[in-house]
Design a protein around this ligand. Structure first.
Ligand SMILES: Nc1ncnc2c1ncn2[C@@H]1O[C@H](COP(=O)(O)OP(=O)(O)OP(=O)(O)O)[C@@H](O)[C@H]1O
Ligand SMILES: [Zn+2]
Length: 660
């Protein structure tokens, strides 16, 4: 009797066999209802075979095989298999996380047709700049796999390059997958793409879509009706029968990395997908990740350069550092920056004050006894939020009212220390009572809808001064914005995290890139106590390649990625000793002796050692050989699976971690 080999969404590295008398090869890739434990689940049929490693008499009967939608294709399974092997994630979890929620339900909600969309205003295409034309000319859309880095300064018109390549691929009758960071997928972008291709079907896929819409869009991509799929990282697995091009915009953006469940990099999966599908992939950024830059330098990726802004009137902004060592700062703001804001106000232009820390102040403290507001559940301070008068943990969400007096000594005179966006906003309002100030951070902007509204206000000229976090740094065009002031950048210069400079440089370069995008010239003022730091020198010179070369050299000497390959085993438990003991066992497994190209570090507490009442430790595995690490990981993972651990202990492996 035919046996179904079924992938289920379970944290187990195996498939499940069921009997199904009428099943045949045509059912591979279909969904099936199967009994599991006391209930029933939806699984995906991976193979239909004649026998089982289990005694056939013990196999249960599968339930209904679902005819719709069409079976998932081989290339979908091949991509899931890669991700499962590479990220050490159970195959069944990978397969099922790629499906929209509606397709995983036993009793699916009723499907409604989407509302008909009114045709967007058609958008004309500008004449290409010479650089854009040259970049486009270097990509062959019908010549098999190629990976290309589109290295274009901010405002250089990368989007136009994407759109022209999309056009070429659509003309071949193929589909396009355009991946963007979480926050960049706005209806404006959708409108822009629809406006350019008014007769084509464009769908979006992101985490804030309602379940029904997501399913509808997914099915349109899978069914081949959707010709352009705009999506965030989760869209990278969407099966598309005629996929002809993948574009990853702002490829350096950390939001392409999934930080829970299967910890994968959608950018890296996209490159593998392009290779498997034998199609081109384009990775775009003004500040590429160092991994991608190294790939381009090493000749593994092609490189297309856009060195000038596309708008002939626009120039890259002038970047200056303000040496704050000999200046008196008021609420962290120097007189030159203040004067520059005043000038912009007088000229009715916009200013942006960038401070990557939300809240009013990072901590409330008692100068008499040394008490500070700490989270009871995490190794972190509670951040003071005056807007709604709360103390809040930015890690676990715990919150409290603001005490009137010090909880330890009763002192009435407790103070906020340091500053966040709310405090800067409040102070600037005092300095410039007539100015319309708009704060843009995750407290002020919680949903895509609010983000939309904020962008509209900025574009509509309803704000004179923006105070914001990195939310504002990303790919937006604010034509009246001519000044960017940067506060509080120094902390990242000497951070223990060796990726901090890369992130800081990218952030500052991106936020600087918001200024002077139209006719009005832009200026960037960075306040620092380290004006001679090479990172700032590179920023002033707008020299990403110089910065990247210096960083890569340091990493090579230190043996860090991309010159070494890493995976981290993390364990969390109610007590640190338990987590560390588990990691020590994992570090002592016999399998380790068989892999001499892989090195294990000592287990240590994580930087955030306690999160939501769980103590967390980690163990880093590293190798100079990617294949050596990849051979080691599944064997190690299987051995760790066999370790005994307390019932509250949880562990996971992360490959290519971004944060350690
Ligand atoms: N060929 C062109 N001629 C004139 N203007 C252009 C051309 N190409 C793009 N632009 C304009 O230049 C501006 C910047 O383009 P775009 O937003 O695509 O830049 P970008 O490279 O994506 O920048 P960022 O990295 O900052 O997001 C836009 O206003 C766009 O309309
Ligand atoms: Zn907390």
């Amino acid at each position: 009797m035919p046996v179904l080999r079924v992938a289920l969404d379970l944290p187990l590295h195996r498939l499940f066999d069921y009997l199904s008398p009428a099943a045949g090869a045509a059912d591979v890739g279909r969904r099936v209802k199967v009994p599991f434990g006391r209930g029933e689940r939806i699984g995906v049929i991976v193979a239909v075979v004649d026998d089982s490693a289990w005694p056939v008499a013990q196999l249960k009967q599968a339930g209904e095989i679902l005819a719709e939608p069409a079976p998932l294709p081989d290339d979908f399974f091949a991509l899931c298999e890669f991700a499962s092997n590479y990220y050490q994630a159970p195959f069944g979890e990978v397969v099922l996380q790629a499906l929209p929620a509606g397709l995983k339900r036993l009793t699916p909600p009723e499907r409604r047709a989407g509302r008909a969309r009114k045709a967007p205003p058609a958008l004309a295409q500008p004449a290409l700049t010479a650089e854009q034309a040259a970049a486009i000319g270097k990509v062959t859309v019908d010549g098999g796999f190629s990976a290309n880095l589109l290295f274009g300064v901010t405002g250089s018109g990368k989007t136009e390059v994407y759109l022209r390549l999309v056009e070429q691929v659509l003309a071949l009758g193929r589909q396009v997958l355009l991946l963007v960071p979480e926050i960049n997928l706005t209806p404006q972008l959708e409108e822009r793409v629809r406006g350019r291709f008014p007769t084509r079907e464009v769908v979006s896929l992101h985490s804030e879509l309602a379940e029904a819409a997501r399913e509808r869009n997914w099915l349109a991509a899978f069914g081949g009706q959707a010709e352009i799929v705009l999506g965030t990282r989760l869209a990278v697995f969407t099966p598309m029968p005629r996929l002809g091009l993948i574009i990853v915009d702002e490829e350096h953006d950390p939001s392409f990395k999934q930080q829970d469940g299967m910890r994968y990099s959608a950018r890296d999966v996209a490159v593998v997908r392009a290779r498997q599908a034998a199609i081109p992939i384009l990775l775009g950024s003004a500040t590429p990740s160092l991994e991608t830059w190294a790939n381009a330098e090493g000749g593994r990726y092609g490189r297309l350069d856009l060195k000038a802004r596309a708008n002939p009137e626009a120039r890259l902004p002038a970047v200056h550092v303000i040496d704050t060592r000999r200046l008196v700062l008021k609420e962290g703001v120097s007189a030159p920056l203040l004067a520059a804001i005043r000038e912009r106000l007088a000229r009715r232009e916009q200013s942006l004050v960038f401070l990557n820390r939300r809240g009013y102040a990072p901590v409330l403290a008692c100068p008499a006894c040394g008490w500070v507001s700490r989270c009871q559940r995490c190794a972190a301070n509670l951040v003071l939020h005056l807007a709604d008068r709360r103390l809040r943990c930015h890690h676990c969400g715990f919150e409290n009212g603001i005490p009137r007096a010090c909880p330890t000594c009763g002192n009435q005179d407790i103070h906020p220390f340091g500053r966040g966006t709310q405090r800067v906003e409040e102070w600037l309002q005092g300095e410039f009572p007539e100015a319309r100030i708009l704060r843009v951070d995750r407290d002020a902007v919680k949903s895509r809808k609010q983000w939309e509204a904020v962008l509209e206000r900025i574009h509509g000229g309803e704000a004179d001064i923006l105070v914001g976090t990195q939310m504002l740094a990303k790919g937006h065009d604010f034509p009246r914005l001519t000044l960017v002031g940067v506060l509080g950048a120094d902390a990242a210069l000497y951070a223990a995290d060796w990726r901090a400079p890369e992130r800081l440089f990218a952030q500052l370069m991106q936020v600087a890139g918001r200024a002077g995008r139209a006719e009005l010239a832009g200026e960037v003022l960075i306040q620092t106590q380290y004006p001679d730091h090479p990172l700032f020198a590179a920023l002033v010179a707008q020299d990403y390649p110089g910065f990247a070369a210096a960083q890569l050299k340091e990493r090579e000497q230190a043996g860090f990625p991309p010159y070494a390959f890493q995976a981290v085993l993390r364990a969390e438990a109610p007590a640190m000793a338990e987590a560390i003991a588990f990691l020590e066992q994992a570090a002592a497994l016999p399998v380790i002796g068989e892999h001499d190209q892989v090195m294990l570090y000592d287990p240590v507490p994580m930087k955030m050692a306690r999160l939501a009442n769980l103590e967390r430790g980690q163990l880093l595995a590293e190798s100079y050989s990617r294949p050596a690490l990849q051979t080691f990981l599944p064997r190690w993972r299987a051995a760790i699976d066999g370790l005994k651990a307390g019932s509250k202990l949880r562990w996971h492996l992360e490959v290519d971690p971004l944060e350690l």
